[in-house]
Design a protein around this ligand. Sequence first.
Ligand code: F6P
Length: 419
Amino acid sequence: MKIAVLTSGGDSAGMNAVVRAVVRGGILKGCQVWVVREGYEGLVRGNTEAPEPEPAPPAFPDLPPETDGDINLIHNLRFGDGQLLRDGTGDYISGRTLKGRYIVRVGWDDVRGWFSEGGTLIGSARSKAFRTPEGRLAAAYNLIKEGIDALVVCGGDGSLTGADIFRAEWPNLVAKLLSESIITKEQATAHTHLKIVGLVGSIDNDMSMTDLTIGAVTALHRICEAIDNINSTAASHSRAFVLEVMGRHCGWLALLAGVSGGADFIFIPERPPDTESWEDEMCECIQRHREVGKRKTIVIVAEGALDKFLNPIKADYVKDVLTERLGLDTRVTTLGHTQRGGRPCAFDRILPTIQGVEAVQALMEATPDTPSYMIGIQENKITRVPLVDAVAMTRSVADAIEAKEFDKAMSLRDPEFRE
Ligand code: F6P
């Protein structure tokens, strides 16, 4: 089997571990593996330069690491300045230039040490071209041209929705390429079916049918650390801090950061304040905390937080309320992309490694009759769920929030949810 792996959408810690696991898991199972640079954009652009040489043979298990001198040299050069694939003179994987090549065959050593690196070393993009039928046709052609018959996509709900559309369209795309004589009959016959598996890489933890997305726990650690730092300065000056955290339309990061950092008040999209005047409720609560001796106040606002009428609740407005009503010396801290970047925590190395191996296994077992799977984790077990169902259920959560059906939204995300 010939597998390609790509990362798409907003990066998240652990995406490199996914690529490493798919590359190495695939090679161990006798597959050939490619990486697609720059997400779906790379799939659409494909390769305009001549085919590259074969990747170096694996150093492991044939060669123990101590004896692979040349490979280590490349490894050290490549990792020396921390730039990995981009060193200012061009893009490299194990010394091979990648100019004009977006779909690159990789070997065992190309991904050495990747599991501890932040972001995504093969690049990511939110591709406009892939959202068009022409873009997806080009993407299909580029895969067929390389002989690739299986695709692993690691990204958030938008990226996996894209994967689902691509999978559903595949037979039509192949038929069109054949009818326009862009591919041969032999190529069409060999690519009647594209095997796809999705892995959820997102700091937001907003995908249904999985308990955790890759990168969410690392982002939570970052926020938690930031709260610890803010706590000491806040207590020193007896100040209030309003922290805006990421999560798009999902309040998971905000909620759990609040629990782990001891916040006084939390705003999340899924549970807007019941009262029309949440300002009163918040002020009463914080006043009580101050009266029992708290010298600091922490309010967390999810970036997608909403009030009862579905109007956004903004950190600056919360600050004004605390300042004007309670007389608190208040600051706003927007954590921004510090939440997303940086090295993955241990869990965000373990989860993608196990899920990456499972993704390869799912591709090996796939037949034209089996659905495309999303690899998840539920109740501490790695799961395969139909990608189409996970995408649909995630959409239903967003729809329920828009329709103000908050309990429905919560129970769609978590079937154990009780009001
Ligand atoms: O989906 C991940 C995420 O970091 C969200 O939490 C945030 O809303 C968004 O991406 C920010 O996107 P951008 O990469 O465009 O800054």
